[in-house]
Design a binder for this molecule. Structure first.
Ligand code: GLU
Length: 455
């Protein structure tokens, strides 16, 4: 049986770090099992869904390298939901209800006031044909609820949370369709999961109670039969796994995380691979490491390692991973993003000092100049004049040739030997390894800078 997973964002906004994590884990689950990963655009909410967000979701996934094997779109499948709905209706699994939002709210308040759970009282089921006709004559169209089997204890083995049990009698019959005919999320999702042959639903733990409801929908849909039922295992499909939510460092669901997405990462110079390496293992028992090889991440990917405690997203950890990754990047990968004229040697000289690839701009200015020199003492100026004289680029390591010769000549060592040279050559007190940087500066520039510093 081929594993088929799906990532099902609603295009009502940009992807945030929590969605990205869900997308990634679904992609990994599919890849690990040589299966398929689908992008399903959950756009039944016509008012809030926007085409620009659909495009942004595709672009963000492409930037992250989370490529779907196929794309589905709920707004193109409304006839499928209609067909399923008609079958469920004929079999008595759905029923019309007429309460207004205010009436429902009042009922909830009364139940809560009596210390009872706010479960829908199924008053609509008691309506007679005449009652319904009267409502419709008043111009009130019904919304539709799915009738749960209240006798059942719903259970499943969750891929992350282990055995789960829900007493169906403690759940409200979910509204699946609005009075204007539009769909809420629950039914279309279940129809899609069946018709697209989804074997594994991996999503956030905020969906656990939806799963309880949807499990009964799957059963009802299988019982009435869908024309396009491609689900490979009819009584046990799909497998569910709910991952713990992502929280900020302070341990709370933060607003910031809800809006932290690829744009902000890109702006901060975070590499997609850093986000992937972090999110692949955050909240698992595996160590978060700067692993750029996705196959290596896939090899260790296992839902068994996922913890149940909220996963803490920490920006400083992301920065740490990013920095380590920048230090691993080859020139060929970054050359299009480097300042004009910056070659491979310069990249290698500068790379260990960078936190982001974009930071190369600042270091490149050290090479191209102009640089600002500090005040040198007379002694140092004399020393730098000597340096300009002994500078010799004939060997393959001019820096060690220079410092070796100066050490011998002047008896200087340590800081006194190195710092004036670095300052004269770069205008900085610290920075790239001079052994690598000096050849990048080249003989002429280096001699001119030493002479200028010598006054
Ligand atoms: N569109 C739903 C959401 O974004 C999908 C949930 C699911 O994975 O089934 O929450």
């Amino acid at each position: 049986m081929t594993t088929i997973t799906r990532f099902a964002p609603s295009p009502t906004g940009r992807l945030h770090v929590g969605n990205i994590r869900t997308a990634l884990h679904n992609w990994m689950l599919a890849r690990k099992n040589f299966g398929k990963f689908l992008l399903r655009i959950d756009d039944t909410d016509a008012e809030r869904s926007k085409e620009e967000y659909v495009d942004a979701i595709r672009a963000d996934l492409a930037w992250l390298g989370i490529e779907p094997d196929g794309e589905e779109r709920q707004s193109l499948r409304l006839d499928r939901y209609e067909a399923a709905f008609e079958k469920l209706k004929a079999a008595g699994h759905v029923y019309p209800a007429y309460e207004t939002a205010q009436e429902l709210e009042l009922k909830r308040k009364i139940q809560l006031g009596r210390g009872k759970p706010p479960i829908y009282d199924r008053a609509a089921l008691k309506l007679t044909d005449e009652d319904r006709a009267a409502k419709e004559a008043e111009g009130i169209s019904p919304h539709w609820r799915f009738k749960l089997d209240h006798e059942e204890i719903i259970d499943w083995e969750d891929g992350v949370r282990g055995p789960q049990k829900f007493d169906a009698a403690q759940l409200s019959d979910p509204v699946i369709r609005r009075a204007d005919g539009s769909w809420l999320y629950m039914l279309p999702s279940a129809v899609d999961d069946i018709e697209m042959g989804i074997t594994d639903v991996l999503r956030g733990e905020d969906h656990v109670s939806n799963t309880a409801v949807q499990k009964q929908m799957f059963d009802a849909l299988h019982a009435v039969g869908l024309d396009h039922d491609t689900c490979p295992v009819h009584d046990a499909c799909p497998h569910f796994a709910h991952e713990a939510l992502l929280v900020g460092r302070e341990g709370k669901l933060s607003k910031r995380l809800g809006s932290l997405g690829c744009d902000a990462f890109r702006e901060r110079g975070i590499e997609p691979d850093a986000i992937i390496a972090l999110l692949a293992r955050l909240g698992t028992s595996l160590p978060v490491e700067p692993i750029r090889d996705r196959q290596e991440l896939l090899n260790s990917f296992d839902l068994e390692t996922f913890g149940r405690a909220p996963a803490k997203f920490d920006d400083t950890e992301l920065d740490r991973i990013n920095t380590a990754m920048v230090h691993q990047m080859d020139y060929s990968e970054v050359k299009d993003r480097l300042p004009e004229g910056m070659g491979e040697d310069a990249w290698h000289a500068i790379r260990p000092n960078l936190e982001t690839v974009g930071g190369a701009q600042d270091y490149w200015k050290i090479v191209t100049g102009p640089i600002e020199l500090p005040e040198f003492s007379d002694e140092d100026r004399e020393y730098l004049a000597q340096a300009a004289q002994v500078l010799d680029f004939s060997g393959d390591d001019p820096w060690h040739a220079l410092t070796g010769a100066l050490k011998e000549k002047t008896g200087r060592k340590g800081k006194a030997l190195f710092l004036p040279l670095r300052q004269a050559l770069t205008g900085q007190n610290s920075g790239p390894d001079m052994g690598e940087l000096l050849p990048v500066l080249g003989e002429d520039v280096a001699r001119r800078r030493l002479e200028r510093a010598a006054g």
